[in-house]
Design a protein around this ligand. Structure first.
Ligand code: FMN
Length: 484
């Protein structure tokens, strides 16, 4: 049994002990691997972090991530003084009034409701994007650069929106994109996403960093037909053994597809997030950590490198094999150029997922719809060889229809579902799905189609975006013909 004062002595970057749920952990070696950066932990070095930790981590996370010898044992509770760690001025506004859910007519309405309800901490995490927010904004603006070419005088009374998405026959051609830390928005966190997806029979791709354990999410999809499906998103850890363990866990839970995120060798520079954290440090009279480059020092941690920074095309081969061929599709998320789409199509994966991570990674990276047009222009065969998914700035059913016209199999949405659960819990997720369903159905009828397979490039005019595509791409020599 440890005394709280002993813990307090280990409150530096070189020796960082933390109390969580009445137990003491040595997190010193884990600091640089924490997905939210070391400073989130360092705020609690030598202290009780339970109130910060429990709301956003699934039970059992520490046991999974830390070697047993880093668990130092229980703390003597009589020596603990509880601290109220709600920041004095940066907490949640209690005065906000959220409109009745039936008033919400669009995903934008749901977003403004969530904005009124969310704590600043949660809003900043959900809304933030990289650098000057160019990609974040362009994601949305690019959908407006594509217009429709509707056909009339057709019988459109009956419309079918079913589609096989990520290995599952879904009622609708979109899915819930992976997004970490849903518990920041609602106490039931990712359970709201899973229940909403199951109720409406769509796919939910859960994040590696789900704040509810995948073991709790999986039973929401009771494996009956027509009750949605769980897909597993993998952030590739630094250690190969950890990647294998995560893949095995996803298989054991019956996940229907594996989505490997490939656009995060480092995490983007999200200034709204960093500004908020700096404000907190200043309010609490702590030193604001500075960003330093590790470029010239082999030993130093990689700047913003919380996942594997070495993962390459060869790793995709073994991960594909580790998943197996009967488990459902493997999809690479974060493809941003036609060349990489082509290379991916040679690796034996089943799908590619065009995404700039909601504008959170490299600012000025192209919107997914631009990358899709680039593929049409330079490597159209990719559209026949692999399934194509995409996300980013999708806020209307008509955006989804545009993507489908251009050959996408399905479309993901991230923030809108986080906002749905933040404002209204599971009901908000269901409402967001219903809004999109209504918009897709209406757009299809007004375009003159009754089945998703009838959608094709003739129904859209992309000439505005086409003018902005690159003139040439790097000639790509297939590195090798991969055999799996
Ligand atoms: C708060 C937040 C957390 C995210 N977490 C993850 C994640 O854990 N894994 C991942 O592959 N992508 C993650 N993403 C990216 C989303 O999967 C998706 O690419 C992006 O949100 C799409 O843009 P949209 O929010 O405009 O729909 C996250 C995005 C947000 C906004």
């Amino acid at each position: 049994m440890l005394d709280a004062s002993e813990v307090a002595q280990h409150s530096t970057k070189r020796s960082c002990w933390v109390i969580i749920s009445n137990h003491v952990y040595d997190l010193t070696d884990f600091l640089e691997n924490h997905p939210g950066g070391p400073n989130v932990i360092l705020r609690y070095a030598g202290k009780d972090a339970t109130n910060e930790y429990e709301p956003v981590h699934p039970a059992g996370t520490l046991q999974r991530h830390l070697p047993a010898n880093k668990h130092l044992g229980p703390v003597d509770q009589s020596t603990l003084t509880r601290v109220d760690d709600t920041p004095p001025t940066l907490g949640k506004s209690e005065s906000s009034i959220v409109p009745h859910i039936l008033v919400c007519q669009s995903l934008d309405d749901i977003e403004s409701a969530a904005r009124q309800k969310l704590s600043r901490k949660a809003w900043v995490y959900y809304d933030s994007a990289a650098d000057g927010l160019h990609s974040f904004r362009t994601n949305r603006l690019d959908w407006a650069k594509i217009s429709f070419r509707p056909r009339v005088l057709r019988n459109v009374a009956r419309v079918n929106m079913q589609r096989r998405i990520l290995g599952h026959v879904a009622n609708l051609p979109f899915f819930i994109a992976p997004a970490a830390m849903a518990k920041l928005g609602h106490q039931d966190g990712e359970l709201c996403l899973a229940k909403g997806a199951a109720e409406k029979n769509i796919v939910y791709c859960s994040s590696t960093y789900s704040s509810i354990s995948h073991e709790e999410l999986a039973p929401c999809f009771d494996r009956q037909e027509g009750r949605g499906a769980l897909s597993f998103q993998l952030y590739v850890p630094k250690n190969k053994g950890d990647s294998r363990a995560l893949i095995e866990r996803a298989k054991a839970l019956g996940c229907k597809s594996l989505v490997i995120t490939v656009d995060t060798p480092v995490v983007g520079k999200r200034e709204e997030d960093d500004r908020y954290k700096a404000e907190l440090e200043i309010e609490e009279g702590r030193e604001v950590p500075r960003t330093t480059s590790a470029a010239n020092n082999e030993e130093a941690p990689i700047l913003r490198g919380y996942h594997s920074s070495t993962v390459d095309w060869d790793d995709i081969l073994w991960m594909r094999n580790a998943w197996g061929s009967n488990q459902g599709p493997v999809v690479l998320k974060g493809i941003q150029t036609a060349e990489d789409a082509y290379l991916a199509s040679l690796t034996g994966v089943d799908g590619i997922y065009l995404s700039n991570h909601g504008g959170r990674q490299l600012d000025f990276a192209p919107s997914a719809i631009r990358t899709l047009l680039e593929i049409h222009k330079f490597y159209p065969q990719v559209l026949d060889d692999v399934e194509v998914y995409l996300d980013g700035g999708v806020r209307r059913g008509s955006d989804i229809v545009k993507a489908l016209c251009l050959g996408a199999r399905g479309v993901g949405l991230g923030r809108p579902f986080l906002y749905g659960l933040s404002a209204y819990g599971t009901e908000g997720v269901v409402k967001a799905i219903e809004i999109l369903s209504d918009e897709i159905e209406t757009a299809m009828r007004l375009l003159g189609v009754t089945n998703l397979d009838q959608l094709n490039p003739h129904y859209v005019n992309c000439s505005l975006l086409a003018k902005e595509l690159p003139e040439n791409v790097t000639p790509t020599n297939p590195m090798r013909q991969h055999k799996l």
